[in-house]
Design a protein around this ligand. Structure first.
Ligand code: APR
Ligand code: PHB
Length: 389
């Protein structure tokens, strides 16, 4: 086989890149290890920055998001019963869209089907070869047969555990990491959300989050020790713990119900540099992980795709290599700022096991400062709605 760009990974990064490249007449093949059903069963965050919304519209996949998504002009940060509203709209003129990553992925698959692009599922043992030569190629196994695709470029969109990052020699890359000593236990339930807007709640008992997918579908999280298992958490225990951590005003509006899904995710900050090795580019979770506290994971993947799709179109259609040369630095500049924001939000809102008495005072003071200072709220809002691409 032969194509212009092999895209390893059919998550949101790979699919959006394929969508934008094919619309510009660039030929791609997406290689995805899992089945489509598996990819579409993963529940991830649901906050789209305004730039992400614009990108999805520009990619021709905005229709269902416009119809079913919920535009939010603000969110709440709380410390016990103190509630601070961050009015994005007033502070920045922008808003965010509440629309699940699972839905974004489904829309991308539908658009790719309509365009007739090539997405191969169930591929195994992907190996990326000769990306520092003028003739890169990718091998994989499908249905027991080893196959080869010759290409000009390879986009590594295969998530944190993929092969793309590992293809860059260890002595040519640098990894930066911070692992947090807790995870988030998430619960999805067919109940109306306790608040119209997202609530990031810090409390004496630890962090909790109120989020939603629709007016009748809630997504909640509580901070849990890494040693906890989902089986340790009955629905009743979850609701009880959630209500302890939310301001009374919010907890009183909480409607409980059976969980549809429950899972625990660890929190980590991670960046691998550089994002380019010859003709191979790292995109999204393959290159970086943020803790979910600022909802930046998908949004960062989208800004990587923004830089890379332009770079590849310029290279393949106009023989202009400037975007390819600049990709790693341009993407990393934005990535590190989102890393800083997600890290700061995580530190501001979580209880750290074994922390001293000083730490909760700092969190409370940060929240009181936010309550009083429009400048502080504007800074938070500017980061939350998304820094410019
Ligand atoms: N070969 C082929 N496909 C692979 C391989 C491999 N060796 N390894 C992983 N994959 C596939 C996974 O099955 C997955 O579908 O790559 C895809 C990567 O998707 P994601 O992990 O979702 O990563 P990405 O597309 O970068 O999405 C950005 O934003 O909110 C965050 O973590 C969240 O997934 C989200 C991410
Ligand atoms: C979610 O809705 O799943 C969600 C919202 C905001 C976050 C993280 C997750 O910061």
């Amino acid at each position: 086989m032969k194509t212009e760009v092999v895209i390893v990974g059919g998550g949101p990064s790979g699919l959006l890149l394929s969508q934008l490249l094919n619309r510009a007449g660039v030929d791609t093949i997406v290689l995805e290890r899992a089945s489509r059903d598996h990819v579409l069963s993963r529940i991830r965050a649901g906050v789209l920055e305004s730039g992400t919304v614009e990108m999805l519209r520009a990619a021709g996949v905005g229709a269902r998001m416009e119809r079913d998504g919920m535009e939010h002009e603000g969110c709440y940060l709380t410390d016990d019963d103190l509630m601070v509203r961050i009015n994005f709209h007033e502070l920045t003129g922008k808003s965010v869209m509440i629309y699940g990553q699972t839905e974004v992925t489904a829309d991308l698959y539908a658009a790719q089907d309509a365009m007739g692009t090539t997405i191969l599922h169930g591929v195994e043992d992907v190996a990326i070869h000769d990306v520092t030569s003028s003739a890169p190629y990718v091998e994989f196994t499908q249905g027991g047969a080893r196959q080869r695709i010759d290409c000009a470029y390879v986009a590594g969109c295969d998530g944190f555990h993929g092969v793309s990052r590992q293809t860059i020699p260890a002595d040519k890359r640098r990894e930066f990491e911070r692992v947090y000593p807790f995870g988030w236990l998430g619960l999805l339930s067919r109940t109306p959300p306790a608040s119209d807007e997202i609530v990031y709640a810090n409390s004496t008992h630890g962090f909790a989050l109120v989020s939603m997918r629709s007016p009748s579908l809630s997504r909640y999280y509580v901070q849990v020790p890494l040693t906890d298992k989902v089986e340790d958490w009955s629905d009743d225990r979850f609701w009880e713990e959630l209500s302890r951590r939310l301001p009374q005003q919010v907890a009183q509006d909480m409607v409980t119900g059976p969980s549809i899904e429950k899972s625990i995710a660890p929190l980590r900050s991670f960046v691998s540099e550089p994002l380019r090795w010859g003709s191979l580019f790292l995109v999204g979770d393959a290159a970086h992980i943020v803790p979910p506290t600022g909802a930046k994971g998908l949004n960062l993947a989208v800004s990587d795709v923004f830089y890379l799709h332009q770079a590849l179109i310029d290279a393949l259609k106009r023989n202009d290599m400037s975007g390819v040369e600049a990709y790693s630095d341009r993407a990393l500049a934005r990535i590190w700022k989102a890393m800083r924001f997600s890290w700061q939000m995580t530190a501001m809102l979580h209880r750290f096991e074994g922390e001293d008495d000083f730490a909760p005072q700092m969190r409370k003071a940060t929240m009181l400062h936010l309550a009083q200072s429009e400048t502080a709220r504007r800074d938070l809002a500017e980061n939350y709605i998304g820094l410019p691409f």
